[in-house]
Design a protein around this ligand. Sequence first.
Ligand SMILES: *Cc1c(COP(=O)(O)O)cnc(C)c1O
Length: 639
Amino acid sequence: MVKKDALERWTVEQSAELYSIRNWGAGYFDVSRDGHVVITPFLDNKKARVSIPKIIKGLRERGLDMPVLLRVENILDSQISLLHQSFRTAMERLGYKSVFRGVFPIKVNQQEQVLEEITKHGGKYHHGLEAGSKAELIAALAMLRDPEACLICNGYKDEEFIDLGLYACKMGYKIFFVLEMPSELELILERSKALGIEPLLGVRMKLAAKAGGHWTESGGDRSIFGLDSAQIVEVVDRLKAADMLHCLRLVHYHLGSQIPNIRDIRTAVQEACRVYCGLIDEGAAMGYLDLGGGLAVDYDGSHTNYVNSRNYTLDEYCADVVEAVMQTLDEKGMDHPVLITESGRALVAYYSVLLFNILDTSRFEAPPLPKSLPEETPTLIANLFEAAKSMSVRNVQESLNDAVYYRDEIRGLFRHGHVSLRQRALAENIFWHMVNQAAGLLKQLKQVPPELDDLHEAISDIYYANMSVFQSVPDSWAIGHIFPIMPVHRLDEMPTRRAILADITCDCDGKIDRFIDPHAVAKSLPLHELKDNEEYYLGVFLVGAYQETLGDLHNLLGDTNVVSLRIHEDNSYDFVREVEGDTVSDVLSYVEFDPKKLQTRFRHTAEKAVREGRITARERRDIMRAFEDGMRGYTYFER
Ligand SMILES: *Cc1c(COP(=O)(O)O)cnc(C)c1O
């Protein structure tokens, strides 16, 4: 039981600590004195802050239901500026004699407004784009106006792709074709000759180096993309033969996303620099070195080389990269290249927050231990009862082992008809009483035996979340990626429950049961009791990278409402964009239903029910209205 004075003593500082918000929030999120999560988008003006619960209130007043994906444009701007400032500072300090050019890989978040903001705010720094497909190239060509900004083309390129790229080159775009496969070169040379336009070429190299992390299959000998050293030499020879070696301008590699360890980053840079120098030795013009993505986000705030974190800061990343490049090139007396990185995740992760409400909870209630047992209770149940009574901090593990043994034996007896339903229920209650008591006793232990790690999970509540994991946080389901999640209000109250989250897809995979923890991974999340007639709102943070388009229509739960916010230094803010989420009719049409036809079919069924006297004609009208309202409605739970 939680004591009342502990509840009263709880402070927002304790909440900030409990949810690690200052560790993963990167200065963009904090807790206010009244227990709200606030957005602090200006890293140099902490006074400017906007409360998320107040934003939610404003959204509800405007008729926008949960779940909502909230985007904060200022945060995106800030991340772009930080990246460029960091590189600029490192280059000035170390004496680098060229410049940094970032490009944003479109696949990380393809939404129009993201590209618009990146090209607009990034324009100050000549921030460019990276396209990996025809559709992305077309989007990039339309969005990018700055002739100084680079447009890097990775991925398979067919004739249409190449022609478009060559025309763009003629128009003045700084567009690079990066060879991912040796076979691509012939088609490019052929189209270049046919159109009379010389391309800027790059090679994507296969790194021998391989990094740790979730997404790092891009590195290593077995990576599926890129050229090995023999193939790079073949490309050089082919270009020499065609008298086009001056078109080879860039070396590119991509080690994988979310590289947690700075050592892996340095090793890859060194390897790439050697290839770069080698190409200059071969007579290629060069001038550009593209280090790909990989700059990680510290999702759990632990600042370690764990997969959800990173053991370096942005400044350290930039300084290490610049230093490693200079070391190799200075040694060879070669000019410093224009440095390009393709950071996606680190630019956009922070700026989106998924907000949702809790619809209901299923509480774990520990059954009380009976005072005594009924007559004729089977011996095994009596033994279980004795084990429960004698459990103490000294014998927790032993008692639990006994409990599991007795419970399983009793279940066996039940199957064979030797234990009644009522007796089995009694045994299960004693068992769960013990589990709950053990969880309490473990708090007194300094060291919890690893076998008992899962105990808290067994007795956690289930909070039902109005969202779909598959649609809004697909990486959580697909690869067990962990995002910071916390309540966005009531942080001046002590959270007294521990819970896992279940979404509304009714799929047993539609849950979140791993949470950030400074030391490992937590199996449950501290949450508050629900209050009558009051919504309880949570946020999943740092979801701006990859989650939006990877999400799917599992159970036909569609896109959420999306709102973009622009915050001003005086704490005021504008909802600059609202995009209503999918309606039921939208998602049905995605899977080829024709909403009109569905309505007609249902009307026929309703008419038949009228004919058969099951409903009246007037009822048919109401039923049809409900059907049509449903079609127009949001796919999520509406209050
Ligand atoms: C995915 C990808 C990126 C983006 O990586 P981040 O880790 O998100 O920065 C960059 N370049 C290429 C070629 C990619 O495939």
